[in-house]
Design a protein around this ligand. Structure first.
Ligand code: EPZ
Length: 432
């Protein structure tokens, strides 16, 4: 296995390039199934989750290649409308195959994802959405089996409560090639959904209301292949803004290039500014100037454009660097706090009550052996390691590799002492 070893206390300086978005790339990859032929996707990050979804597409019969961040998906022959448990359990976004295969083949057999690292994460809205469009849904041996009438999927309406990124995408995948018109109310408007909608439109989908909470799609018999470009990763941008604020030299700007700050939403940008960390936006660059002293700013996560749940673990680490008490409340995933016991090993004082963590800021963090539990929890440990006294060893970083491209290379290129090393997690400690 691999771990990251970080010697804390070095300052982050220079420029970091933001990679392309993981969570936007995955629905774009699923959408390729709706057209027969070769689709080209530009700016696809090299990540474990992308490799997993490529594998899922190949099982269905697609040819997938990724070179220099350009992906080509050949969907000429889609012969096996199935997504197996072995892959779906590794990565929930494989569940996009449900809508994509229904849209392409009129049938799908996709493993139910089960729980995730921090809680149940239901898919009831995905299934209700398929039923509302006119698909029959059965559960067989842990698999969702979707079938559609011989004459095609009729289409229909659904209101999502709560608004869901994944359900909006899955329902659109199935509805774009339905016989009739479909409507989604309280649809997600996260940037990842928007870029996906734009790709569907470029492929010929008759989709109205993009960017609003009501989407209407009039089905067409098939979509056409396109060449389409993905957007920058907003969560990586937020993560690096936090890294710059806590680990940069006060007054010395850190540049984050190839970014799209609009995708972060107002809540994050306002909260960031209130900490005293300055930022300027120069076209596709965000320049962060760390302050002498950060101010504590409590946050509450919500759906876009509110504060992203995918940045709350990192924000918790920022709050440890501010004097005073503050809170992080997650209303999207009220139990996404697996990072707290690991951070506690480094001296963080934080108490979880319900969906809220109370953080005591201003304490000195100390390096320790800690373990990644999920993607964003892992990166919060990296941030903590950067500001801790001493050395931090972060185990099980396969979680981190799901969503951060070349993280240690990027950070070490900007002054952070961080290396990736092999280790044996089950080795017995030395005696004496
Ligand atoms: C997406 O997950 C992201 N994943 C998550 O990113 C992110 O945390 C989440 O959106 C929220 O922004 C991808 O894009 C691949 P949801 P998704 O459906 O689509 C409830 C990361 O670290 N809900 O928008 O699964 C759900 O429990 C991650 O990159 C239902 O009740 O999230 C939650 O409270 C992990 N029933 C809320 O909706 C459903 O059927 C929003 O979840 C579906 C969701």
């Amino acid at each position: 296995m691999e771990k990251l070893v970080i010697k804390g206390g070095n300052q982050l300086k220079g420029a970091l390039r933001i990679s392309s978005s993981k969570n936007a790339a995955m629905p774009l990859m699923a959408a390729t199934l709706l057209a027969s032929g070769v689709t080209t996707l530009r700016n696809i990050p090299r990540l474990r989750d992308i490799a997993t979804l490529s594998h899922v597409l190949r099982i269905a019969g697609a040819g997938v290649s990724l070179e220099d961040h350009t992906m080509q998906v050949d969907t000429t022959r889609i012969s096996f409308p199935e997504a197996p448990y072995e892959l779906v359990k590794k990565m929930r976004a494989s569940f996009y195959m449900l809508g994509a295969l229904v849209g392409r083949c009129g049938q799908a057999r996709v493993s139910l994802p089960g729980g995730c690292a921090w809680g149940p994460r239901p898919v009831n809205l995905h299934l209700e959405g398929m039923k509302a469009l006119g698909a029959a849904i059965d559960l067989e041996d842990g698999y969702v089996v979707a079938t559609t009438p011989k004459s095609g999927l009729p289409g229909g309406s659904i209101r999502l409560e709560p608004s869901s990124v994944g359900a909006t995408i899955n329902i659109l995948l199935a509805a774009a090639t339905a016989r009739g018109t479909s409507r989604i109310e309280n649809a997600a408007i996260e940037p990842d959904v928007l870029i996906f909608c734009k790709m569907l439109q470029a492929m010929g989908a008759r989709l109205q209301g993009v960017g609003t909470r009501t989407l209407e799609v009039e089905g067409v018999p098939a979509l056409r292949t396109v060449t389409f470009s993905n957007c920058p990763d907003r969560i990586e941008l937020g993560t690096f803004m936090i890294a710059a604020a806590i680990a940069g030299r006060p007054g010395e700007p850190v540049r984050l290039t190839h970014a799209n700050p609009d995708h972060l939403g107002n809540d994050f940008l306002e909260a960031f500014e209130r900490t005293g960390a300055g930022y300027r936006i120069l076209e596709s660059e965000v320049v962060v100037t760390p302050p002498e002293m950060l101010r504590p700013v409590s946050i509450t996560t919500g759906v876009y454009p509110r504060f992203p749940t995918d940045l709350q673990a990192q924000w918790t680490v920022l709050l440890t660097q501010c004097p005073g008490q503050s809170t992080v409340q997650d209303t999207v995933y009220g139990d996404r706090f697996n990072h707290i016991p690991e951070l506690a090993r480094m001296g963080v004082e934080a108490t979880v009550r319900g969906d809220t963590v109370a953080v005591q800021g201003g304490l000195t963090l100390r390096g320790a052996h800690v373990m990644s539990t999920d993607l964003r929890a892992s990166v919060s440990l990296v941030l903590a390691g950067m500001v801790a006294h001493g050395t931090t060893h972060i185990g099980r970083i396969y979680h981190l590799d799901r969503g951060y491209e070349r993280l240690e290379e990027k950070l070490s290129g900007c002054g952070i002492d961080i290396v990736r090393v092999q280790y044996d997690e089950f080795a017995a400690p030395a005696v004496g």
